[in-house]
Design a protein around this ligand. Structure first.
Ligand code: TNX
Length: 445
């Protein structure tokens, strides 16, 4: 296994694709694996596969295989909320390494919310003063300097992962209002918010002060972000009128377009008719969307998503009942959310398919994204315990071909691949929800 692979590039097979063979060819001794890669990302994925195979080696030999591999979706993401509880650079770098091992390629950082603001904007120093010093409960808060943000992106780039920053607007903005009360509809001083409710805050969408503020935030982030996307949030503005929401959406749409970045937003922004072609809507409702009658606020979730496509946009799917890893693994987990139809077991996280959610929109689906909101997740240990092993099941859906008559998607098929991964995490002190790996009715069910 010591012989290094022989590598050749062939750009005709797609930048993330590769061909890999560990079979002996032409009487070579010692056998050395051969790789044909479509690009640097393809080569990285091939090396990752070799590392997985090395774990399955016997007597120092790789299993004899030849594979042609490439992703089903070009967008395979994970959203990490560092606003409710701040998670430091070291943890984020560990998350990036685990993502790379699973061939995920988009890290969406949820950087702002009611409880805290987590990214330095040099022209708005109070954001990393009073607005960053809080979190849920008695959390001390924290924030990323622009230098931290650079370190995160450098590690991500090395692993062929794109970082997507999210500034959640016009709702989920209470922390920004603590720092700059002029942003709010009442212009009055605000006490920090330490709770876990959503939907109560908003900026004043009719004030130029708001757009001057936003301009500083958006231009700073655009300048310091390597990737093509800026995520503007847009979710759960539950106390705002539709007219006001649309005023904001139109303004933010042109501001982001001016930076040359592509706007990404949660699917509520589909209520706007001012979206630019290429805008990406992120769907967060369930695998079977709530109808307007089922939704407390009468929202037609499926139509909001379709609106992005009607306006020439694309879609990323994060169905909350199967990809929200802040949701409990099982009913007896002591903490965790359960709003999206109860717990999400490893089996739930694996036995679904993105193509069944909006069958008419599949051509516009860029990919899928798992999320980890952190209202109840304060530590690195807890974060990984919520992510793993479910993130591996999700990553397989994002990468592997769609299931079909001859290719089922069942947990028993995933398990033999998951166990060696879990062994690797244990060796690296990365915690996981261990009982999910024990085939009992409460664990892997
Ligand atoms: C919904 S889905 C949220 C977040 C919460 C999360 C908790 C979406 C775009 N927003 O604000 O943290 O549920 O699971």
């Amino acid at each position: 296994m010591s012989a290094p692979p022989r590598i050749r590039f062939d750009s005709s097979i797609g930048p993330e694709c590769y061909w890999l063979s560990t079979r002996v060819s032409g009487g070579e001794s010692p056998a050395c694996p051969r790789i044909v890669a479509g690009g640097d990302a393809g080569l990285t994925h091939a090396r990752t596969t070799l590392a997985h195979l090395a774990r399955e080696s016997t007597h120092g030999h790789y299993p004899a295989i030849t594979i042609e591999d490439g992703p089903r979706y070009p967008y395979r993401g994970l959203m990490l909320d560092i606003a409710r509880h701040f998670h430091p650079v070291a943890t984020i770098l560990d998350v990036i390494d685990v993502m790379a091992e699973l061939k995920l390629n988009m890290l969406h950082l949820h950087l702002t919310d009611d409880q805290g603001w987590r990214i330095e904007i040099p022209d708005l120093p109070e954001l990393t003063g009073s607005a960053a010093a809080t979190g849920v409960g008695d959390s001390p808060g924290g924030f990323l300097t622009l230098e931290d943000y650079r370190r995160i992106q450098d590690r991500a780039t090395l692993r062929h992962i794109t970082v997507i920053p999210e500034i959640d607007m016009p709702g989920h903005t209470h922390a920004a209002l603590v720092a700059y009360p002029e942003l709010g509809p009442t212009k009055t001083a605000q006490l920090p918010y330490h709770g876990v409710d959503v939907g109560f805050s908003s900026v004043d969408v009719h004030s130029e002060y708001t757009y001057e503020f936003l301009d500083k935030v958006i231009t700073t982030l655009a300048r310091h972000t390597d990737g093509p996307y800026l995520h503007i949030g847009g979710d759960e503005c539950l106390e705002m009128t539709q007219e006001d929401y649309r005023v904001f959406a139109a303004r933010v749409t042109s501001m982001v377009a001016e930076t040359g970045k592509t706007l990404m937003a949660w699917h509520e922004m589909g209520s706007s008719t001012d979206l630019r072609p290429g805008t990406v809507g992120q769907y967060w409702n369930l695998t079977v969307p709530w109808t307007p009658e089922q939704d407390r606020f009468g929202i037609d979730h499926a139509d909001r998503v379709a609106s992005f496509v009607r306006q020439g946009g694309r879609v990323v799917l994060s169905p909350a009942d199967v990809t929200y890893f802040d949701i409990k693994h099982t009913a007896d987990d002591p903490t965790g959310e359960d709003w999206a139809g109860g717990p999400t077991t490893l089996r739930d996280a694996y036995e679904w398919d993105p193509a069944t959610i909006f069958p008419d929109l599949n051509d516009a689906v860029l990919g899928v994204e798992a999320t980890c909101f952190t209202e109840y997740i304060a530590t690195r240990e807890h974060l990984f315990t919520m992510l793993l092993p479910r993130l591996a099941a999700f990553a397989d859906i994002a990468w592997a071909p769609a299931p079909g008559p001859y290719r089922e998607r069942t947990l028993s098929d995933l398990m033999p691949r998951l166990i060696p991964l879990a062994n690797g995490w244990r060796r690296r002190w990365i915690p996981m929800h261990e009982s999910a790996l024990v085939p009992t009715t409460t664990g892997a069910s």
